[in-house]
Design a protein around this ligand. Structure first.
Ligand code: SF4
Length: 180
């Protein structure tokens, strides 16, 4: 059985890929780029994934183009709800690609993160899977959180400090109280 796995970054795919392979699934990765800002950060995450994927023999499809403008236009004025749009776009794109490629399932490494909205991701995955006609594979990959952290650190993989979009970068680093 084949599964297309949306991969947000190398550290987050360590445990999910191991777990899926243990379940005898043939895994292919898909790296979505539009929500990772700025472009140099996107390339840094992509390069890290390319290096890691080669090491573990994981084939990966890398999204073509870089529609930062489209992402921002779709979340402007509803920045607080931007994650639901972001999850939806990433999962919908993955599901459609999985359908075209005749995969049995699709899933996402977002289910690994302790910092993401896990239940929302599951619900959106199941919904876009139904619309696209391909099954969403759900597993709570968060149980492998510590393993992923330790492995990525021991391998010296680049570990990003914020989720991806420019808004999340601001939330991570902007501390108005420290300004004068
Ligand atoms: S914080 Fe993360 S999940 Fe939310 S919109 Fe930004 S990149 Fe997407």
């Amino acid at each position: 059985m084949k599964i297309l796995l949306h991969v947000c970054c190398a550290p987050c795919c360590i445990y999910p890929v191991q777990s899926l392979r243990t379940g005898n699934l043939e895994v292919m990765g898909f790296f979505y780029r539009n929500n990772i800002h700025p472009y140099t950060e996107c390339l840094k995450r992509q390069d890290t994934l390319q290096t890691y994927a080669e090491q573990i023999g994981l084939p990966v499809i890398y999204q073509k183009g870089y529609d930062l403008e489209g992402f921002v236009q779709n979340v402007v004025y509803r920045e607080k709800d931007r994650c639901s749009y972001c999850y939806h776009e990433r999962l919908r794109t993955t599901a459609l690609m999985a359908k075209r490629g005749r995969f049995d399932y699709f899933s996402t490494t977002l289910l690994y993160s302790k910092f993401q909205k896990h239940d929302m991701i599951r619900s959106i995955g199941e919904s876009v899977g139904k619309s696209a006609g391909v099954a969403f594979f759900y597993e709570d990959f968060r149980k492998g959180w510590q393993h992923g952290v330790e492995t990525s650190k021991s391998m010296g993989l680049y570990r990003q400090q914020y989720c991806g979009c420019i808004y999340s970068e601001k939330e991570r680093f902007y501390r108005p109280e420290k300004e004068h």
